[in-house]
Ligand binder design. Sequence first.
Ligand SMILES: [Zn+2]
Length: 292
Amino acid sequence: MSLCVFDVSFSFEVRSKSERGSVVSEPRLNLSLTSISAQFGRVVVVSPHMDDAILSCGGLLSRLLPVIDCLTVTVCTADPAGVNSDHPPHGIALPSLRRNEEVRALRALGCPLMQLDLLDAIYRENTHTKSPLYPTMQSLWTMPVDADSVHRQELRNRLLPISKPVGDRPTLFVTPMGIGHHVDHILCTQVVLSIVSSTDHVLLYEDFPYVVDQGAHVGLADNAQNALRRLNVRGVECLTQECDLESKVSWISCYESQIDSIFGSAEHVRPMLMKNSMNGHTVERFWKIQKI
Ligand SMILES: [Zn+2]
């Protein structure tokens, strides 16, 4: 089944060539919510961490929720064992705090949420040696290591039931490109691509904030083409979704523990969202892909 996501209902821009910057904009086409609801049984947004779905797909979800069942699946939500909550590793807020923030944000958006209770990369260990798989912040910006196979298999086991068709209609996965090179983002999409029967059942989302802030956290300078190559896929079309700035700001405000680390301060949320903009609106971008 092919994915057809255009009609004249909503504002979308399509770019037919895959290299951003050299792309020639074509007449704007529009997201076909009716096509998605007709072709797919539901939409599953895969969120590696407890903010990625809202940051990168909140606008898309707000358009889809009235017309099709949607589910946000957040992967790395488990509490690490034996951690002093007053001195968390790398100074990062613990999942126990962030889980509630995400529940509030997804409730404000109106999207059902499933938290998979798997460990973030910063807490994952080699099952034999018990040494950290990604011992430093810098080591998070890499490809998944072979010894991370336990997490990979567990994620696969958890996503497989969710990937089942609804009636005779497949599930559409919306999953990160991995722009910024975060190991959890890359691993999530590798697993999604390993379980879907066709890349027509996948849209990749450009990862915010990395797509507008190349130095976000300690991420690497990166772009969509690098991300596509890492996943061994080819970009077919890039879709640009306008979203309501104030709605997105209100959802993001639920992530109190993350505002400073992502945006610097609350005053910078709007300007940073507008770094990704078109026609005066903040936007989100999604890619249709094919396997190489
Ligand atoms: Zn993330």
